[in-house]
Ligand binder design. Sequence first.
Ligand code: SAH
Length: 341
Amino acid sequence: MLLDLSLEEITEYALNLGLPKFRGKQIFDALYKAKTLDEISNLSKDIKEKIKDDYPNWEIVKLLESKDGTKKMALKLLDGSLVESVLLSYKYGNTVCVSTQVGCRMGCKFCASTIGGLKRNLSAGEILLQVLLYNKILGGTEKERKVTNVVLMGCGEPLDNYENVTKFLKLVSSENGLNISERNISLSTCGLVEKIKKLADDGFKVTLTISLHAPNDEIRKKIMPVANAYKIKDILSACDYYFEKTGRRVIFEYALIENVNSSEENIKELGKLLKGRSCLVNFIPLNSIKEQNLIGVSRKRAYFLSSLLEKEGVNSTVRRTMGEDIEGACGQLRNKLGGAT
Ligand code: SAH
């Protein structure tokens, strides 16, 4: 698929088809404006015929808007897979939350994205397409882009799809393309230790966000099967390694669930665990999904626990929940249509 390729590779592709070099640039421009093949006006029917099997094909099957302005898109890909992504608009810019897999095999008990398991990995171009489409919706182009930030926090575990995800990071931050700096990209992971180190070794400098959700391994195992494979201690060492190599402060996400991980004792233990680190804890009152009976704490309680953690000497914030009414909030994305309409 052409969106998996860089400008140089697309130029080479055009040359291989016997087309002049500038046609490569025209194809690239059309891709980055998220034009469908039909919408391209500067390529002849003949050329379109030649590239049609490689040109991306998609259908936006749903575009919902929340009361707070958050948008959620359901995208149907060539093989019928459905992918959801979210646009969060803030005063300072527009953040696109992309999915990296169709489904997910991590099995976190509180997350809708993992219900039904992993269907397949998304290619780099399929991840990029989500950003390009929102840029188009916002009236941007590749030169004057409207999307300012990207978070890899939709469906899927990004580090479980390492090759495609890192290729996506290169494409989306490329000067020829959207040129979104790695400083403005956050990658969220449930903590695949070797891959965190590899990301640093491979020279990436995105903001690393760890889904921690527990102050110790026992509690973590109850809600995250991946905790059986990786100890918190080893995840923290990998974070140290990432910080040393990149100088980027690591963020820990912590979904507050009643009677699971949100007692004062739990937060004090979390304080002891993280004290002295250059990090930030981002609390999220759990968003409910209909398949499970885990309950999130109130926002008031979240603020209280956040201040408690601050007293323990660890920086923390409570994440603003956006898009909950359209099931576009953290942990609510799926690969099936349904939920709010
Ligand atoms: N697989 C990656 C990225 C996806 S989710 C990861 O595990 O980090 C983005 C964030 O939302 C993660 O921190 C995830 O744990 C959290 N999350 C999942 N379900 C949630 C829910 N129901 N309520 C609040 N946060 C949730």
